[in-house]
Design a binder for this molecule. Sequence first.
Ligand code: HEM
Length: 418
Amino acid sequence: MQESGGVPDVFDPRIYATGIPHDRFRALRDRAPVARQEEPEILGWPAGSGFWAVTRHADVVRVLKDSATYSSCLGATQIRDPDPADLPFIRRMMLNQDPPDHGRLRRLVSRAFTPGRIERFAVTARERARQLLAGAIDAGGEPDLVRAVTDDYALLNLTDLLGVPPGDRGLLHTWTERVIAYQDPDEPPVLDAEGRPVNPRSPAMLAEMFDYAQELAVHKRAHPADDVMTVLATSELADAEMEMFFFLLTVAGNDTVRSAAPGGLLALAEHQDEQRRLWTGEVDTGTAVDELLRVHPPVLSFRRTAAHDTELSGQRIRRGDKVVVFHASANHDERVFPDPHRLDLGRTPNPHVSFGDGPHVCLGAHFARLQLRVLHEEVRGACGGLELAGPPRRLVSNFINGVKSLPVRLREPFAPHA
Ligand code: HEM
């Protein structure tokens, strides 16, 4: 285990390409629940000042709820420090704001996420899942479910909800990939004139996406429809807020489901007994979806910055320090979850933090759960079970718990598809 001063390293994005480092998190939870982490230069990205890794469930929840102490605004929400010159720009996004400013935007955009709009969406999502799965099965052999099903499923569901015309959907894929996969060697970084990687969240990198958001807003004002972009384009959001929100949704709404969908299927493929319980209807699909999110949290970490000197689990934290919560660790905390490494699809209660907590708790949780429930129901209808046909490939990232490929063997269905 790579250690720095006796403390396991959970920063290096390459660690996560072999799966969640449960042994490291366990050691941190037991020995140093708020542990100092170095941020050396890695993969061409410059070194940072280091941070506190928060790994126990109770502390993670405390940090996420207490935005007066642990700010999303001061240094934004990624481990890597943004260029100070970019901070005012990045803080336009509600993700990187604190109450009370955050509340204004959150209330405005929540109106676009009405339960009715989300529920209406179940029919489209189901039809899409069916088509994608049928395509994967018809192609024969051992499909890679990421390429054949889950990548498109997540992206197309999001673009439908937003109201992005079919011809433009590939653009969103490119943009979100740039922002999320930038630590992964499969995604070559964009370099500046001196050959240094350009921060994917900088204004220069986002200009194209913002121009598109403005064009789409103009189109929606002229042709209103039942979609989120129409609500945003006709709301009191300023143009700059609207384009930032488009960016936030594109990233937050795509890569998370794109991780959760194959991550859940992977867990099922690795646990045939639990898969059978789900497939035979012994456990409720909604309950199972939450347990799959617990063991495979799509988001690995979020950062806060201490607004004043404080103390957490006996550790002194100074004003300005970076504090990073690790969702996967909190979700496996033995202090909260009995037998945390057992996949129990019927687990209740299940207070996992995969959707965060506090003022920034995920706005799209209902939409995400719906998509995952529908997907699992349709996989169950399309085949009699699935098993791994080869090792999955994972993303190199300490932010998104991505699955890049999931080769499977699908068994014959139990009964004709209803
Ligand atoms: C399984 C899928 C998803 C997971 C695990 C997830 C996870 C999260 C987490 C952990 C946060 C909290 C960020 C923080 O603490 O700073 C968050 C915020 C957010 N999520 Fe999700 N998310 C998912 C899907 C979605 C979808 C589908 C959408 C939209 C279509 C969405 C939109 C948002 C937005 C807008 C925020 C910011 C909320 C705020 O700042 O008040 N998410 N999400």
